[in-house]
Design a protein around this ligand. Structure first.
Ligand code: NAP
Length: 248
């Protein structure tokens, strides 16, 4: 028996990075997973690796039509959805007076509105399933400030706030809603970055995607009394920089 036997999951941004690891982890423990992305070649190759328990669909999280098709595909293949992971996201860098307004809007559209659309269209399926869990991927940037990523920070604080509002709405539907707040994790998003991201943390290394997957699976399967809560996995980044205080 797998821990996720009977789970039908829908995951956005699942073609690579953390999303792909979540797909692999859940399938490995018995779930049926439909996952989407805009990187169709990468998505198809992850699906091929996993066989009948995973299906890839093209899912641009800003598209209402793509969400409807992804949910229909999941229901047809495996039944109503009882786990949604809103993982797709992008980052854009630039000081507030230099980032173009269209770039700001694009980040909000994908990271924040995309997460809203995922919940908006999936909740009816989850009600049919009798309940489930929604896990929204925020960031430490949804808990503290970082220079040059105002749009990303706004989107991730928004995801955190929206998670709490929706958790209040869906308790009676037996649907738990939580957010994950990763610090720097080794994925294509942090490619080429390393020490400079983690040198002030208590745990001075990048996190691995599978460490986030283990947390996500605990939240989905075992954290049955948690909703609206934020789960930090960041090597201690939100504690602030480790400073050597002179002893004399
Ligand atoms: P990633 O490897 O870039 O994966 C994100 C995936 O989402 C990519 O395949 C990306 O495709 C896709 N995507 C972009 N726009 C999309 C859209 N409109 N519709 C559907 N998919 C889209 O990044 P990751 O590091 O695994 O990030 C996963 C999540 O964790 C994101 O929400 C990110 O903000 C969050 N996070 C990451 C870190 C970190 O250190 N890595 C830390 C905190 C939070 P493209 O490559 O074409 O954009």
């Amino acid at each position: 028996m797998g821990r996720f036997d009977g789970t039908v999951a829908l995951i956005s941004g699942g073609a690579r990075g953390m999303g792909a690891e979540h797909v692999r982890g859940l399938v490995g423990e018995g779930a049926k997973v439909v996952f989407g992305d805009i990187l169709d070649d990468e998505g198809a190759s992850v699906a091929k690796e996993l066989g009948d328990s995973a299906r890839y669909v093209h899912l641009d999280v800003t598209s209402d039509g793509d969400w409807k098709q992804a949910i229909a595909a999941a229901e047809t293949a495996y039944g109503p959805i009882n786990l949604l992971v809103n993982n797709a996201g992008i980052v854009a860098y630039g000081p507030v007076d230099e980032m173009e307004p269209d770039e700001f809007r694009r980040v909000i559209d994908i990271n924040l509105t995309g997460t809203y659309l995922g919940m908006h269209y999936t909740v009816p399926s989850m009600r049919k399933a009798g309940g489930g869990a929604i896990i929204n991927i925020s960031s430490t940037a949804g808990l503290m400030g970082y220079a040059t990523i105002a749009a990303y920070g706004a989107s991730k604080w928004g995801v955190r706030g929206m998670t709490k509002a929706v958790a209040m709405e869906l308790g009676n539907d037996n649907i738990r809603v939580m957010s994950i707040h990763p610090g720097p994790i080794r994925t294509p998003m942090t490619d080429g970055m390393g020490d400079e991201l983690t040198m002030t943390q208590p745990i001075k290394r990048l996190g691995e995607p599978e460490e986030v997957t283990k947390l996500l699976m605990f939240m989905a399967a075992d954290a049955t009394y948690s909703t609206g809560s934020e789960w930090v996995i960041d090597g201690g980044a939100v504690l602030g920089p480790v400073i050597d205080i002179p002893q004399e």
